[in-house]
Each structure stands twice: as structure tokens, then as C-alpha cells.
Write a protein that binds this ligand. Sequence first.
Ligand code: KIV
Ligand code: ZN
Length: 536
Amino acid sequence: MTSQPDRVIIFDTTLRDGEQSPGASLNGEEKLAIARQLARLGVDVIEAGFPFASPGDFEAVQNIANLVGTPDGPTICGLARATKKDIDAAGKALKPAAKGRIHTFIATSDIHLQYKLRKSRKEVVVIAEDMVAHAKTYTHDVEFSPEDAGRSDPEFLYEVLERVIAAGATTVNIPDTVGYTTPDEFGRIIRGIKENVPNIDQAIISVHGHNDLGLAVANFLAAVQNGARQLECTINGIGERAGNASLEELVMALHVRRSFYNPFFGKPEGAEDPLSNINLEEIYKTSRMVSNMTGMLVQPNKAIVGANAFSHESGIHQDGMLKNKLTYEIVDAATIGRTENNIVLGKLSGRNAFATRLRQLGFELSDTDLNKAFLRFKEVADKKREITDRDLEAIVNDEIRQVPESFRLEMVQVSCGNPSAPTATVTLRLPDGSEKTDAAVGTGPVDAVYQAVSRIVDIPNELIEFSVQSVTKGIDAMGEVTIRLRHDEGVFAGHSADTDIVVASAYAYIAALNRLYVAIAAEASAEMEKAPAVAL
Ligand code: KIV
Ligand code: ZN
């Protein structure tokens, strides 16, 4: 019998399912930085990637297993389809982790069996139990997911779960892969599993769910009420299609409504001990880091971490807040680390103050990166009197999270006005080291820059997203630009921040092109080596 925890286990899949968001791909360094922050946040398990998917994924999981998977750190998990090759890759990548978990999965819904797998139920049960047994040869900690469980026949689900638990699965994860179930239904699925799988007390029940109908968090909370004890979630709810259940919403629901949820954990209503191991004050910082690194903006009205989540606009609300905060506020922003920091850096601040503040914000930079970031800080401080924490985040993310600069912006000049045709002149350094200058007219200054860059970089692509956000308030605020472009190889994001949004736009566009260029080069070398293509 596996002892059931008296709190939830938080399994973070930002680096695996979250990274499956279109255009959210991260390089190895970025993944490591996020994994380190997830460890500070206190997640129990980090799903670090899908090692068989590509050599880059393998290396990233191995690196995280090595550097973050310390004895007192989180469990590091790798995803594997129910095949020997996938499981072997995960087993090898996870070897350096003090606590490593293999997460293997195969679909169980009839629609997936018939159209995707073209296998019978009998075949799927045998594959599932064999592959769990194979994963056990690498680690005792094996998680099994019956993909599309939300639409699977419950009787078949019970049979598969019983067999994989008998084969050694220590966690059985129930995915609502297509975000189809409602909270009542999802709760009933979990209760059904508890009541009908005879050996269920030998495993932890986990849940994984997508947000296609906006119900993922509600579904998970219903699952908790019915016995689920592991929640698979992502920071800011990023992930495939409409995303995954959001970590910060789940954790804060269990925190703020502890007295409601306590009895489902066998505790008295008034018990004070936390229902998760998360360090709440790290939530906001983690959210910002993931948003900056993936280029996935957080909608302003997003619960807990959105820009407006703690702003009160209406006069009636403001009046109530002044009289007593409890009238309109159920969470103190400081609980999740959303404090207005009054230490503001400026152009006279030294390297030490800069480095100290960055450390306090959770950035641990190498000396080279710190020097680069400090130079950039000085440049920005020359134009902007006060540099806030948000500015610092933007600067560091901009300077540090660089893809190799195959194309490099050497010069951008724009002329515009009224009446005048917006015209941009751009000089780029090309991958072969040469320089090229071109000019173009556009509908506006940003479009002119985009056209001029496109004349130099001959890689066809479609601009599918262009967004500008002000980092802070004020006329001298930095603008953060996020660009997404589409090419046959997929969607590629670029992100940059500057006090001049035309310059930020140029850098963001070139960052996206550099990511695309790396993907094209990787594809070309994979073609040459005839590496197998893998898709979930
Ligand atoms: O959504 C899903 O079903 C998944 C599985 C791999 C767990 O991501
Ligand atoms: Zn998923």
C-alpha cells in the first residue's frame, strides 16, 4: 500500500506540455533557468521534457537531472511513449537525477485506438503493462498515463490501471487530453477509479487536463475532492492548444479555500498546515520568468498573475478597499511575491547593487552574462531615469536568453511622420560574416523595418503575431515586443525590450528569424543523418 500524502503533489509540466505551446520553444539554458526557479518555487516533480524527441531535448533533460535533480531537490521526470526506444532514452537522460521518474503513456479511448494507434484494447493493455515493467528496470518511480482517459470507456480504464499498477506503476495519471470533461464528470471518473480498481491503494492518483472549455482548474479541484493527490499543471497555464491547468490558480485555490478543502484530506476545517509544498511568494517571479522566456504573454485579467488581478478600478471598490481591504480582496498580492519594490536603480547604481537586486529577483547569472546585462542596464539607464524590477527582468531576459545570433542587427534607422512614407534602412550581419544593408517603405515604421529585414533575409515566413506591451508606466517606459512568425518548420517567437519600440521590434523580429534559422539548420542535419522525426 502506498501512503497517500495529506497534501497535493505538484507536478509541473511547463517544460514539457507547456513547451508544446506554439512558438514557446526554449533553448537548453532557458530550460535550466526555469527548472532552477521551479525548484525554488517548491514543485515536487519537474517534467523536464521528452528525451527521445530530439538530441536537444535529451540533453536538456539530462542537464536538469544533473544540476537540479539533487537529493534535496525535486524529482525529475521524462516523458516517453510506451515504446522501448522512448523509455530507454528517458532512462538514460534521467540517470544523473537523485530522484528520477519515467512517465510513459498510451491512449485508451476507442477513438484514439481506432484512428491513431490502430490497435485493439487487448494489444494496448499488453503494451502498457510491458512498458511499465520495462521502465521499472531504470527507476522504481514510474508514472503511467492512459491518454484521453476523459473519453475512455471506464471499464477498460479500470482494467488498464489495475494491470499497470500490478506491473509496478507508482503513479497513475488521468489525462483529460482534449479538455472535454466537466467538473462533475471528472470527479466521478476519479471516484470510479478509486472504487473499481482493486489495487489502487498501491499508487497515487494524478490528474492532467487541458483547458479547451476553460474548465481545467475546476476539473482538478473536483478530482482532489474525489481522491486525486497529484496535480499536473503549468506556470501561467501554458500548454498544448488552450493550455493546461494553471499551477498558480490551483495552488492559490487550495490555499485561500483551505478550510473548504481540508476535510477532503481528512483534516479538520480549521487546520492551518498548507495543502501544497509551494513557496507562495515565488509564484509571481516564476510567472514573469516563464512569460518572458517563452514569449507567451499573460492576459491582463488572468487570475493571480495577470496585470489587473489586484487592481481596483471602480470608485465603489476603491472606497471599500480604503475602508478595509477585505471588502474586495481575497488574496494579498504580497502573498505571491507581488510587492512594489521601492529600491529603484538608476544610472548611478553600481554593478554590485545591480547584481544584488538580480539575485533577489532570482536570476543567477554567470560573470559573462552579468557583464552583458550590466552594460545593457547602463544603456537603458541613460535613457530612462528609474529602472524598476520589471525593467530589470526585461533587460536580463533580453540579454541572456539569446539564440545564436546567425543574423545580427548592426543598424536600424527609420524616418516617418505626416505627411511622409515610413521608410526604414537596416544593416544586418549575415551568418557568413558579411554585412548587408537595404531599405524599404512600409505602412508604418515597424512594418518598414520588417520589410527591410525581409529583403535582406531571404527566408519566407508569415508574421502571425506582433504585440507591444509597456514594461512599466510612464512616458519613458520600455516597450516589450513579442513577435511570432510561421514557417514550414513551425512557429517561432522573438522577444525584445527597449525604450524605442521600433528598435525593440527589429531585435524581436531578428530573434525569431534566428530561432527559425537554427531549426532549418537542425532539420537539414537531421535529414542528412536520417534521424527519426517524433511527434506527440
Ligand atoms: O494531454 C495529455 O494527454 C498528455 C499526456 C502525455 C499525459 O500530455
Ligand atoms: Zn497534455
